[in-house]
Design a protein around this ligand. Structure first.
Ligand code: ADP
Ligand code: MN
Length: 298
């Protein structure tokens, strides 16, 4: 009982501490009590430490940086390299990233770990009360991983967050460079923060692409790997791919569906159109149909 009281006190202090933080004053409504409880649990479990700046305020979710807790792994892994104009810093900081899969991770384990104080994670907080939540339901339909969820708002959102976590993991296992998923709690997802000292990695629409042909080939290969792993991104465009240390990193996999989903075909067609249109605007000779053929070829 004394322990329970102490836990309650610590929780209120935690909530007050977050609420008093400058960046949360403005948007305190984002966090209902259950969200504070989820954040608190993530702190208790050692996944996150102090909160940092907000990096994005979206329709359904806000993304923040936070200091990594002791349980957050060092991020690692990289894949096919792409040239940019150096916006993301082409300086070699000595981290020898050479691969995106688990095999290659073992080589980066030999490197001295970054001191905890400097490590950051990205925290994506979904709003249970987002009016758009109705749309989420459709993305869960036909996904065998989330059968029988029903239409309870909270259940749909928490299933959605678990889906994003599972999608990130599956994409990663398939050799697609995505943020490493770290933890999930209720409506909160903790993942690797893709960034340099200069801040968050820039999206494809924000950088000048030095070599669009190569970038296209990398993304096309990612789409194929994803498809072979049974996933369709569903919102793929220049807004959900970032450049980081010469590589492309695909983000925002919450709405990704399995290839068996009734929506999979439409989503894939749309992804192909978005990606083809973007790279065509960059001077690459590409058609939506050609891309679709490549992605779905056996
Ligand atoms: P939304 O559904 O709001 O589009 P996203 O997952 O795309 O959510 O995140 C919004 C923005 O936050 C992205 O465009 C990107 O700039 C940034 N962002 C999200 N996740 C990360 C991450 N893991 N590392 C770095 N930046 C991120
Ligand atoms: Mn997005």
């Amino acid at each position: 009982d004394r322990i329970a009281r102490r836990r309650d006190r610590e929780f209120s202090e935690f909530r007050k501490r977050i609420k008093d933080t400058e960046q949360f004053k403005v948007e305190a409504s984002v966090f209902d009590d259950a969200t504070f409880a989820a954040l608190y649990k993530l702190v208790q479990d050692g996944y996150i430490d102090a909160f940092g700046a907000p990096i994005s305020t979206g329709k359904e979710a806000n993304v923040y940086t936070a200091l990594a807790g002791s349980e957050s792994p060092d991020a690692g892994g990289a894949d096919l390299t792409v040239d940019t104009d150096g916006d993301e810093g082409s300086d070699d900081t000595g981290s020898d990233d050479t691969g995106g899969d688990e095999r290659d991770r073992s080589t980066s384990d030999d490197q001295p770990p970054t001191p905890d104080a400097e490590r950051e994670v990205a925290v994506k907080v979904y709003r249970i009360n987002a009016s758009d939540f109705k749309d989420m339901r459709g993305y869960l339909d036909g996904d065998p991983r989330f059968e029988g969820i029903g239409s309870d708002k909270k259940k749909v959102v928490t299933a959605w967050v678990r889906k994003e976590f599972a999608n990130l993991r599956r994409a990663r296992e398939a050799g697609v460079r995505v943020p490493e998923p770290i933890a999930v709690e209720r409506n909160v997802l903790v993942m690797e923060y893709i960034a340099t000292e200069a801040g968050r990695a820039k999206r494809l629409n924000e950088v000048h692409i030095e070599n669009p042909e190569t970038a296209f080939e990398v993304l096309r290969e990612y789409m194929r790997r994803l498809h072979r792993a049974g996933l369709v991104h569903g919102d793929l465009s220049e807004y959900n791919v970032v450049f980081h240390e010469g590589q492309l990193v695909v983000i925002d996999l919450g709405q990704a569906v399995t290839t068996h989903s009734p929506n999979a075909e439409d989503f894939l067609r749309r992804d192909c159109t978005n990606v083809a249109n973007f790279f065509a605007s960059q001077g690459v000779e590409v058609t939506s149909d050609g891309l679709y053929e490549f992605v779905t070829a056996e």
